[in-house]
Ligand binder design. Structure first.
Ligand SMILES: O=C(O)CCC(=O)C(=O)O
Ligand SMILES: [Fe+2]
Length: 871
């Protein structure tokens, strides 16, 4: 058509989502060259879009001066119709025009490069490399296949197939170690990691080069990250159609949204694919490493500069102050005084603090949540009122969590008691055709498999109270998103009904934001856990059940679409296999959620028409049992072919339920659940802990991690032994005997006898308590390595090696609430082969022509689709 030719005539970048889709299509046609062409171009165009955006915005920011500097504030305050208003907005308009014409000149109309969230996620998860790996392997470009495989694996360390592929590649002839590249490595992070590596092996000179580069790259990346924040406003959480903010409110909302995003760059930049958590105190730590590296290479000016720079972030840091004092003595106090901290960092901090102030103002006044990602922010930046409010909130959350904890304990003891009473009881319950038996609380088994005419089925009542039903029902209407849980489709199963859903994590987040009562979100969490226990115990499962997916979902009849309706609200299906009713078969293969083992639906209400739950035969027609939803009722069943089921049309009103799917396979334990648990923990961090920074507390307080080593501990930087010996008589340092063994190689061979000028020995990690380090300079520079004087910032350097007392700096970091991006991967360790696909083979997973076969490599694709779309 006309538009088509017009488009192809222009030199605009081809939209990368389109290219991605083309590549995937080509993949299924096994057109490997086309996969490569499209996918590589998609990756390139994505980078180009970012580049154009960054450049346009930066250029426009420079072109259109935006008035004077803020503090003061140099900018006239907009008043009623003042002429300054016009001047102010004129600049805004010009800047908007500048950005928009710059971008559309290079990229075409905005719609062309608007990318959906899902697609964005695919690129974040590095899915393109999954496809590229196969395609390159197919055309025998091994080096590229290996690089793609490695790049993908770094971001998906749980991907069993890719791990096997990599192992296979390692053994292949013609594959070099250098082929295992990370094609998406971020320069600042690569430099930082390399610096750290060298630092760990005492190669301080080379380490300096990398850390310095890392700092430069950091600021470049920070600038890019920040400028990319100046994008469209995301009306997340509320309906933009109902958004009726006035001019200044609208500007405020969007601006604070942008500022929030900019602040979050600190987390973004401290994160790297495949690492669960961002590095803590990332930017400051660069200067910590640097000061010590400079010290070790006798570059005292630089060491002082970096120590001072570090102190900009943590002015009270005792260790660093001592280091600085020591360096100053070595260099000469006068000279030292003339050295200042780095200006670029000073500016960065100034800007960041100003942003935080605005964000806290927005938090206090408009309730726009802001979680400070930095650990160095002075406490008083957060307004007192807000601090008090947060404290109160944390108290409430702590109380609720305690209550939940007590409840869970009660449940556990009850379950245990029941088990003890008679190990046969459960069996009796299971097979008893009579009235159900008590399992937990007031839960009654109303119908067993037998009465439900099948196997692995149960109907229970009284699982939650009427009040709880009402509360969850309210929650669903307050929190649910249309179509949420169904890839955003509002009517995934029947065009005569509207679906809406909310997950536990989402509910908790909304609770935290104050959009819904936090208490209700807790209840949702709590109830789901209760049902998990009930199902686990009723079906007498030997190994634990894990959550696979949970959502609170309502389906509502669309009034004018009920006439002559013949469809079901939810077509008959099985939960872990693809039901082919024509063949009386159920195929257990992706895209079915084959890892699901048990399902449970908790009903919340009965004030609607229709909506019966039905079990059928494999033909999807012959109904074997009917369940009428009502408050507190749970239908639980095995998720397999033995239990095809569906929901009859809801013809009037709204039917709400909590649908839960469980797996016995810990590898499929839902990540969202872990995040939800983390969030709960965070909300219940002991009150005030944030304001306590004593080292003593660090060992016990704070959210429990899965390992005993915290990031803070592992990332601590070694610092030199203390300065003038005379001042070191006291032993304020803390004994830490619980230093965990970290993955870093233990260094025990670098303890050359101390010799004059040997800086290294200053941080030697032997347990020789009497080694004296002669700094070979003035007497005051002599350092003792005796007993107590080593203050180490990096636990791996000191742990176990040091019988001497070690002060671990930054240990208090542990106490801070986790930053947003915390993704835990407990229970994630893949221990075996995936049950599906060609698991035994050592081959990279490559496709044959069979249709189902194509799931192997695209499995990550399937997985990334919101794991919600019931079949
Ligand atoms: O809501 C129900 O009763 C059943 C829903 C269901 O089977 C499902 O979502 O898989
Ligand atoms: Fe189902």
């Amino acid at each position: 058509t006309n538009t088509d030719t017009q488009l192809s005539d222009t030199s605009f970048l081809e939209p990368y989502d389109l290219l991605f889709d083309n590549a995937v299509e080509a993949y299924y046609k096994q057109d490997w060259m086309s996969v490569i062409l499209n996918m590589e171009l998609a990756l390139r165009n994505k980078r180009s879009v970012h580049k154009v955006r960054t450049e346009c915005r930066l250029n426009c920011a420079n072109q259109t001066t935006f008035g004077e500097q803020i503090p003061g504030l140099g900018i006239p305050i907009p008043g009623v119709g003042s002429i300054e208003d016009l001047g102010f907005f004129q600049r805004i308009l010009k800047r908007a025009a500048c950005v928009s014409s710059c971008e559309s000149e290079k990229l075409g109309p905005p719609t062309l490069y608007k990318i959906s969230e899902e697609m964005d996620l695919e690129f974040k998860k590095r899915t393109p490399y999954n496809y590229l790996q196969v395609a390159y392997f197919k055309i025998n470009k091994l080096d590229k296949a290996v690089a793609a495989a490695n790049t993908f694996y770094i971001a998906n360390p749980d991907h069993v197939e890719m791990r096997q592929n990599l192992e296979y590649y390692k053994m292949m002839a013609g594959v070099q170690e250098t082929d295992f590249k990370d094609l998406e490595a971020k320069p600042h992070m690569a430099e930082f990691l390399e610096g750290k590596r060298l630092y760990s092996s005492d190669e301080f000179g080379p380490a300096i080069d990398h850390f310095e580069l890392a700092v430069n790259e950091y600021f470049a990346a920070d600038q890019e990250c920040r400028v990319l924040c100046e994008g469209a406003y995301d009306y997340d959480g509320y309906n933009y159609m109902e958004y009726t903010a006035d001019l200044f409110q609208a500007i405020t909302d969007h601006y604070l949204y942008v500022l929030n995003c900019k602040q979050n760059c600190a987390v973004e930049l401290a994160s790297t694919a495949g690492r669960d958590k961002p590095f803590e105190d990332f930017l400051p730590s660069h200067f910590n490493y640097l000061q010590f590296s400079y010290y070790n290479t006798e570059q005292y000016e630089k060491a002082i500069e970096c120590a001072k720079t570090y102190l900009l972030f943590h002015p009270e840091d005792e260790t660093m102050n001592q280091n600085l004092a020591y360096y100053s003595v070595v260099l000469g106090e006068d000279k030292a005084a003339d050295i200042s901290a780095r200006e670029v960092v000073r500016q960065h901090i100034k800007k960041s603090l100003l942003e935080k102030e605005l964000l806290y103002f927005g938090y206090e006044i408009f309730g726009i949540t802001f979680v400070d990602p930095d650990s160095w922010t002075p406490a008083d930046v957060m307004p007192l009122k807000l601090r008090e409010k947060q404290k109160a909130e944390r108290e409430t959350a702590a109380r609720i969590t305690e209550e939940i904890g007590n409840l869970m304990k009660e449940i556990e003891t009850l379950v245990e008691e029941k088990h003890k009473e008679s190990s046969d009881l459960a069996k009796m319950v299971k097979h008893s055709p009579t009235n159900g038996s008590l399992l937990i609380d007031d839960v009654k088994v109303t119908m067993t498999s037998k009465e439900l005419n099948g196997t692995q089925r149960v109907l229970m009542d009284g699982v939650i109270s009427d009040d709880e039903c009402r509360e969850l029902h309210r929650l669903s209407n307050a929190a649910a998103q249309k179509g949420d849980g169904y890839r955003g489709r509002p009517s995934p199963h029947s065009s005569s009904e509207m679906f809406q859903g909310v997950t536990v994590l989402k509910a908790l987040k909304l609770g935290q934001e104050g959009v819904v009562p936090l208490k209700s979100a807790h209840l949702f969490f709590n109830v789901s856990e209760k049902i998990r226990k009930v199902i686990e115990s009723y079906f007498q499962l030997e190994s634990p059940l894990y959550f696979s997916y949970t959502h609170l979902v309502c389906r509502a009849a669309i009034e004018d679409k009920q006439e002559d309706r013949e469809d079901l609200s939810h077509p008959v299906h099985a939960d872990n296999c693809l039901l082919i009713s024509e063949l009386n078969e159920c195929i257990k293969e992706p895209p079915a959620y084959t890892h699901r083992d048990y399902s449970a639906i908790l009903y919340l209400n009965d004030d609607f028409e229709g909506g019966d739950f039905i079990f059928t035969e494999l033909d999807a027609k012959t109904v074997t049992a009917v369940v009428k939803p009502q408050c507190g009722r749970v239908v639980g069943f095995g998720a397999g072919k033995e239990n095809p089921h569906g929901v009859r049309a809801v013809t009037k009103g709204q039917r709400c339920a909590v649908a839960l799917w469980f797996t016995l396979d810990p590898r499929h334990h839902e990540k969202e659940r872990v995040q939800a648990e983390d969030l709960l923990k965070m909300l219940s961090t002991p009150v005030d802990s944030e304001f306590q920074t004593t080292v003593e507390d660090s060992g016990t307080g704070g959210p429990e991690g899965t390992t005993s080593t915290t990031e803070a501990e592992r990332d601590q930087v070694l610092i030199p032994t203390d300065g003038p010996v005379e001042s070191q008589k006291d032993k304020r340092v803390e004994e830490r005997t619980d230093e965990p063994v970290t993955e870093q190689p233990v260094k025990s061979t670098d303890q050359q006898p101390a010799k004059a000028g040997d800086k290294k020995s200053g941080k030697s990690k032997d347990d020789n308590k009497t080694k004296v380090k002669d700094k070979a300079k003035a007497g005051s520079k002599t350092q003792t390595k005796t007993g107590t004087q080593t203050k180490a910032k990096q636990s791996e350097k000191t742990k176990a090696k040091q019988a001497d007392k070690t002060k671990v700096k930054q240990a208090d970091k542990k106490e801070k609430p986790a930053v947003k991006k915390t993704v835990k991967t407990a229970a994630k360790k893949a221990t075996g082969n995936e049950s599906s696909g060609s698991s035994g083979s050592k081959q990279p997973k490559v496709k044959s022509s069979k249709a189902q076969d194509s799931q192997t490599v695209s499995s990550s694709t399937v997985d990334t689709q919101k794991d919600k779309d019931e079949l």
